[in-house]
Design a protein around this ligand. Structure first.
Ligand code: SF4
Length: 65
């Protein structure tokens, strides 16, 4: 499974990396970035689901769930 960000939707409000720094960072302009290739284990799924809900732009998704 992977978390992904639709970079065309992201407005850089920072909720994902402020709330879930294990899964997301930011680029030099403050836009969210997945960490590494976004791969997550079962133990991170709840956190990733919360990040999907937390993003006000519907930019975060989970692939392969
Ligand atoms: S919460 Fe959504 S809109 Fe905000 S930085 Fe993260 S991906 Fe972008």
């Amino acid at each position: 499974m992977r978390v992904v960000i639709d970079y065309e939707r992201c407005t850089g409000n920072g909720r994902c990396y402020a709330l879930f720094p294990d899964l997301f960072g930011d680029d030099e302009s403050g836009y969210g970035q997945v960490i590494g290739d976004g791969s997550i284990g079962d133990d991170q799924l709840d956190e990733a689901r919360s990040a999907v809900v937390a993003c006000p732009e519907d930019a975060v998704a989970i692939e392969g769930e």
